[in-house]
Design a protein. Structure first.
Length: 332
């Protein structure tokens, strides 16, 4: 089955030079516009601190991107401002500087809860977008931590807050400590999960489905390289089907019943802990219904993986997998 998983990865992964070049070019145009817009606001009397050189983050930076089935291509960019969260207790104020600087650059520039997003359209449809995440620098905060600006206009004061976040350290933790071959399997397995999520969860659960970073961090916690090893224990033939099956099994084993006072019932929940802060749960914003749907979806995926492992031939195995992973999975 391994060659079919490799072919599937080649079909779904986002690494085409043309698309990467387009996103990189749009990123640079946005950053030029941002610099000009911030300067204009300062001339007009708005006191805006400086920001460090913007950095790429997320799936683009870690080479974990998957071609969208229905959506648009994206890139995540971090902006770390030289300010403390105590100076600006309302993070939406800081995000408004970025929005004002970029407003009008394209037809659609939105302040979203976790970022400011610039959309590029083709034929009236979103084709590409750039997410700019806004941070307060740890150099200015008393505890030395970076904080990400959460909230948007119209939200209640208690919904606008600075949350501890260190995306570069998170990326370093996730991608370190593996051989090149193991890291390749790690990436392939994550990309399979992300495509599965888009096909099987997003349409049913919308924004409440687990985010891609949640699946990535889950793999960081519970992924185990899988394959045939030589006498020294070194894996010589990798087995993505086995690795994915083990990971999904581990994820399901980590669900625990949590009492929901509002609903007056216990709900199975999966906690995916941020390895940097050890306090933030990447699934904390998921509703009870979404978490139940997530668990049911994982159970269906595991059943398909087990059918594939026990299939009599490659075609039967691929047919079982296509039910969960879509028509891009090869069918010999």
């Amino acid at each position: 089955m391994q060659k079919h998983f490799v072919q599937f990865d080649e079909a779904i992964r986002f690494d085409r030079d043309a698309e990467k070049a387009i996103l990189a070019e749009k990123r640079e145009r946005i950053l030029r516009r941002l610099s000009e817009g911030i300067k204009r606001q300062r001339v007009d009397g708005t006191k805006i601190p400086s920001y460090e050189t913007p950095f790429n983050q997320g799936s683009y930076a870690m080479n974990l991107g998957v071609k969208p089935v229905d959506g648009d291509f994206d890139i995540d960019v971090g902006l770390r401002f030289d300010l403390s969260k105590d100076e600006y207790p309302d993070p939406v104020v800081v995000k408004s500087w970025v929005h004002k600087a970029l407003d009008g650059h394209t037809k659609k520039v939105d302040v979203r809860r976790s970022c400011v997003t610039v959309y590029y359209q083709e034929g009236g449809e979103d084709a590409y977008h750039v997410d700019l995440a806004i941070y307060s620098s740890g150099k200015r905060n008393a505890d030395g931590k970076d904080y990400i600006a959460k909230g948007k206009p119209g939200q209640k004061v208690e919904e606008r807050r600075w949350e501890p976040s260190d995306p570069l350290e998170l990326q370093n933790i996730i991608m370190s400590g593996r051989s090149e071959e193991e890291a390749q399997q790690f990436r392939r397995v994550i990309r399979v999960l992300k495509r599965w999520k888009e096909l099987r969860l997003s349409k049913n659960h919308g924004r409440a489905a687990p985010k891609g970073i949640a699946l990535t961090v889950a793999a960081h916690h519970w992924f185990q390289a899988c394959g045939k090893a030589d006498v020294s224990g070194k894996i010589t033939k990798y087995d993505d089907l086995g690795a994915l099956s083990k990971l999904v099994s581990w994820m399901l084993s980590k669900f625990e019943p949590v009492w929901n006072a509002e609903e007056r019932r216990s709900v199975p929940r999966l906690r995916i802990e941020n390895p940097v802060s050890r306090t933030y749960d990447f699934c904390s914003n998921m509703s009870s219904a979404s978490m139940i749907g997530f668990k049911a979806g994982l159970e269906q995926l595991l059943a398909a993986l087990k059918r594939a492992e026990g299939a009599i031939d490659a075609r039967a195995a691929c047919e079982a997998l296509r039910e969960q992973l879509g028509a891009d999975f090869p069918l010999p």
